[in-house]
Design a protein around this ligand. Structure first.
Ligand SMILES: [Zn+2]
Length: 251
């Protein structure tokens, strides 16, 4: 399936629009599916949702100034169509969106690596329960589609509960001590790779675990960031953020 999708994506993007549309219509007869981002009929990902996923890299700092702070590069904003495509990819098995979602992740990784070219790309551990439920690791799948070489040097030492329901302080407390390195990481440096950054608590906890094992974390790269000025709580399902895009660019 993934190879078929990759070949189709490559083929379709090289074609004139009229021919491409004809082929998409033919595909929808063979493999009927609605858009992962907006439910418009018969397209795995419609043109508008695909356009919304065009990489637009922003940088934010998490964890405050000094050695504990990290710069996080993100390739898209977690809102609107982008948010719905990511949720469909992560929670509804829409792995057909992986190729399109891998592009903003790849852009964020490239930006992060430009300041730390020797760093390895470190995946955030997923819980066994999450893996069993989905049957795949979303970030690993995206990295693979982007042709990125990633390593998994941490494991989760305890369940962290439902992070979504917690405020910023609780999130930080909830993640504290959640991860541990599998081995000594002395002399190695990493860029943390994750899907969505909200408070940064997960990334900071990964950095803590890496440093505890003798390694270093030079930054992070995520597919998307949650654009909100006061990250106190998660906004309810279906609501959109109305913030000005430029207000969140910090670099
Ligand atoms: Zn759509």
């Amino acid at each position: 399936m993934p190879l078929r999708d990759a070949l189709l994506d490559a083929l379709l993007s090289a074609l004139p629009p009229a021919l491409r549309d004809a082929l998409l219509d033919a595909r929808s007869v063979l493999f009927p599916v609605d858009c992962a981002g907006c439910d418009s009929a018969d397209r795995s990902l419609c043109d508008q949702c695909r356009a919304a996923l065009e990489p637009d890299v922003t940088v934010r700092s998490v964890g405050g100034p000094g050695r504990d702070g990290l710069r996080v590069h993100s390739g898209a904003r977690y809102e609107g169509r982008v948010r719905r495509v990511i949720l469909a990819f992560k929670e509804q098995g829409r792995t057909d969106a992986a190729a399109a979602l891998s592009r903003p992740l790849a852009a964020a990784v490239a930006a992060a690596l430009s300041t730390a070219p020797a760093a390895e790309l470190l995946l955030v551990p997923t819980s066994r329960a999450a893996y069993r439920r989905r049957g795949y690791d979303p970030v690993r799948l995206l990295a693979s589609r982007a042709g990125l070489r990633v390593v998994r040097e941490l494991h989760q030492v305890r369940a962290t509960g439902v992070q979504k329901a917690l405020g910023v302080e609780q999130r930080a407390a909830n993640r504290d001590g959640a991860f541990r390195a599998r081995r000594d990481l002395s002399g190695r440096s990493f860029i943390v790779v994750d899907d969505v950054v909200t408070s940064g608590a997960t990334i900071l906890e990964v950095a803590r675990a890496v440093r505890a094992a003798g390694g270093d974390v030079l930054g992070a790269a995520t597919l998307a960031f949650t654009p909100r000025l006061l990250p106190i709580r998660d906004i309810a399902e279906g609501q959109e953020y109305g913030n000005d895009k430029e207000a969140h660019k910090t670099a």
